[in-house]
Write a protein that binds this ligand. Structure first.
Ligand code: NZQ
Ligand code: ZN
Length: 389
């Protein structure tokens, strides 16, 4: 285990009807806020009215910015930054999923930054100041952005999807009522399950030794996602299963599973090129890329892959053929993604192979990706090729 600091200050407010407390929670920070949301799901579900009523009851003034798209766009972030500055807003409330939260985070970062916010993504510039504080009402368990210190934004100019983080970017609170996820289409539920699973895998595949506790925690969390993802897809109103999945999404990405480890993150980086160019849902992109990445790198540590197969998918360990055990684990993961209705190849997602070279080039223009195995352009291209069919 390596040395680490763990800090995650986001307050979780979890359970039935908790969204009704949003006015009180916001009031602790501000009397005038920006309320940020997506394309309409919160109006269709009736959540919007509840939030507005709670804010009014707490005498919190709010202006609204809606229209966040999945794979949130830089142009709306820039609009939000202007709104926050013009109206002297000192708190942002994100109501929605990872895209809404990430857009709110980028606004909260850019509003106090004396320059173009994209520089903080693309050029990796440092920002010494603080973000405008924000809070979240979560409607889809997936990205884990409700407690993470990062944001991922797409610049429409060139189709660049890039991330950045800041020590003050974690939300102050995250309101999480599993009932708010009953209205999710099955496909979004499945994409969310894959994304949270991938957040654990990124942490699981590490070169750091003696990480027994976090290995076991990762494996338990993955097994629990497999079990409950199937349950929520059978019955979308199963509160117990929805609650398990919602909490899993947070645990997967709140950094508790990466204590003392170094994660990989190549699959996320490689997927972001797909989302950036083809606007595919991030979780679906990961269902295609992760098994391909595994097939490409498993020989780097066959024991770890065999352990994954055995402990997560109950594949019997064959001591005479550990490679076979490892490969069965990768196949089992692919089958799980298929079973919950996700594409597992580029062909499944109707993505042709004519821009693979371009994506590999873009991804590696600032150097290699990944930590478990460091991948150059050729490697990334090979992974895209494995993912074709
Ligand atoms: O826009 P609305 O109308 O709200 O519809 C959304 C959207 O179309 C819909 N939806 C959300 N809650 C719903 C609902 N529909 C019905 N009922 C509900 N309760 O679902 C669609 C997808 O929403 P989105 O926010 O895009 O999904 P998700 O939470 O999966 O977020 C994905 C984004 O998060 C980024 C991804 O890259 C992607 O852009 N990530 C952010 C991370 C972070 N900041 O730490 C980490 C992750 O790795 C991830 O990369
Ligand atoms: Zn992700």
């Amino acid at each position: 285990m390596i040395n680490f600091n763990f800090e995650n200050y986001t307050k979780l407010i979890f359970g039935k009807d908790k969204e009704l407390t949003v006015g009180q929670e916001v009031k602790k920070f501000s009397n005038k806020i920006l309320m940020h949301y997506g394309g309409g799901s919160i109006k269709n579900s009736g959540l919007y009215e509840k939030i507005v009523a709670s804010l009014k009851e707490a005498n919190v003034e709010f202006i609204e910015l809606s229209g966040v798209k999945p794979n949130p766009r830089l142009s709306l972030v820039r609009e939000g930054i202007e709104l926050v500055r013009e109206n002297k807003i000192d708190f942002i409330l994100a109501v929605g999923g990872g895209s809404v939260i990430d857009s709110a985070k980028a606004i909260s970062l850019g509003a106090n930054y004396d320059g173009d916010v994209w520089d903080l993504f693309e050029k990796g510039k440092n920002f010494e100041g603080s973000c405008v504080p924000l809070g979240v009402v979560l409607t889809i368990p997936a990205a884990g952005s409700e407690t993470s210190g990062g944001t991922v934004i797409t610049n429409e100019d060139g189709g660049y999807k890039r991330s950045t983080g800041h020590r003050t970017m974690r939300p102050q609170f995250a309101i999480m009522n599993p009932e708010l996820t009953y209205t999710l289409p099955d496909y979004q539920t499945a994409c969310g399950a894959c994304d949270m699973f991938a957040h654990i895998l990124e942490r699981y595949f590490t070169n750091v030794e003696n990480v027994g506790l976090t290995d076991r925690l990762c494996e338990g969390a993955m097994k629990n996602i497999i079990e409950n993802a199937k349950k929520v897809l059978e019955n979308g109103n199963d509160y117990a299963a929805r609650a398990e999945i919602m909490l899993s999404g947070t645990i997967a990405h709140n950094d508790s599973l990466s204590m003392g480890r170094i994660g990989d993150w190549a699959s996320h980086d490689i997927e972001h090129e797909l989302s950036g160019i083809y606007d595919i849902a991030h979780g679906a992109g990961l269902a295609i890329i992760f098994p391909a990445w595994m097939k490409y790198v498993y020989k780097h540590d066959i024991n770890r892959f065999a352990q994954f197969a055995n402990r997560v998918f109950d594949v019997e360990i064959d001591l005479k053929d550990l490679e076979g055990t490892a490969l069965k684990g990768i196949e089992a993961l692919k089958n799980f993604f298929k079973e919950i209705g996700l594409p597992v190849t580029l062909e499944d997602a109707n993505i042709s192979d004519d821009r693979l070279e371009e994506m590999a080039e873009k991804r590696t223009e600032n150097g290699t990706v990944g930590n478990f195995v460091k991948l150059n352009k050729e490697d990334v291209l090979n992974i895209y090729k494995i993912a074709i069919k």
